[in-house]
Ligand binder design. Structure first.
Ligand code: ADP
Length: 281
């Protein structure tokens, strides 16, 4: 299997017969961006969701592929768990076609957690099976025309992340970290992996950087005395954003209002501005 990232047609070809990498069967995607972290729980899915909402707000056609097969959280983020019946699967095995679920703002979401009968049903599969399912979710979903497909990658440097980096024509990846030395050390492994795989890194989002005091408005860095710039410097990446611990975000996720909340919240504007300047939009 070829590596799309060393192919001269990377991200531009639409002909399965010419391409050793993966091409979506039912759609055309202009830009594919991966969001990855070394560890689970640092906010990779949250950052994916925030960026998806912001790009949609700018008028782009956006899709999200939940590549974290064993810990899928995009349906919860967008509050679309109750839309599980809207996902359509036509055909079987080689000839399957999935119709993704659309969020209230029209972001197309594909997640294994929309295909299982119950939300809590675990995936107890070995690596090759998971990898095969993920590839199908990417290539057999009816994405239609998309400007951006964001892939919420599994945490770490394992089998699935490796497959995505090797076979999906990623334009670049965003690294998500938190201001903790232990997390940074593990996130750095992903940075080095991406560099070895020749994947462009757009920058790092430091999540859960601070809390804002409700009385005086001071930003308190609860996890580290080092600045976000210092943490980004250790990773050798540009800093895209410092995101606060934001309980309103969590509340709005729980109420199914997250897209409206993010569209209006100034906490996330710097992230979008920096992303735009790094990818040239
Ligand atoms: P990952 O994808 O890295 O496993 P998630 O994005 O699923 O992490 O986030 C893990 C948990 O932390 C979720 O419950 C999410 O709502 C919460 N969370 C993430 N980022 C923030 C934040 N900035 N403020 C408050 N809660 C957050």
């Amino acid at each position: 299997m070829g590596n799309c990232n060393s192919c001269s047609s990377k991200g531009k070809c639409s002909d399965n017969s010419e391409c050793a990498g993966l091409v979506p069967k039912y759609g055309k995607i202009k830009h594919i961006i991966g969001v990855i972290s070394g560890k689970g729980g640092v906010g990779k899915s949250t950052v994916t969701g925030i960026l998806a909402v912001q790009l949609k707000k700018l008028g782009y056609k956006v899709g999200v592929l939940d590549g974290d097969i064993t810990g899928p959280s995009m349906p919860r983020f967008f509050g679309i768990n109750d839309k599980r019946s809207e996902i359509k699967q036509v055909g079987e095995s080689e000839n399957v076609k999935f119709t993704p679920v659309e969020t209230s703002k029209g972001i197309k979401v594909m997640s294994l957690n929309l295909l299982t009968e119950e939300e809590e049903a675990p995936v107890i599969w070995r690596g090759p099976v998971i990898t095969g399912v993920l590839k199908q979710m990417y290539s057999d979903t009816e994405w239609g025309e998309l400007d951006y497909l964001l892939i919420d990658m599994p945490p770490g440097t394992g089998d699935i992340a490796l497959t995505i980096m090797q076979e999906v024509p990623l334009e670049g990846m965003i690294i998500v970290s938190t201001p903790q030395e232990m997390v940074s050390m593990i996130v750095k492994k992903v940075v080095i992996m991406a560099q070895k795989m020749k994947i462009g890194l757009i920058g790092v989002v430091e999540n859960m950087s601070y809390v804002t005091c409700g009385k005086c408005g001071e930003k308190v860095r609860v996890f580290s005395k080092k600045s976000a710039e210092e943490q980004a410097g250790y990773l050798g990446l540009p800093l895209l954003a410092e995101m606060p611990i934001d309980l309103d975000l969590v509340e709005n996720m729980e109420n199914g209002n997250v897209e409206d909340y993010i569209s209006k919240c100034e906490n996330y504007e710097a992230f979008l501005d920096n992303f735009k300047s790094k990818v040239g939009i």
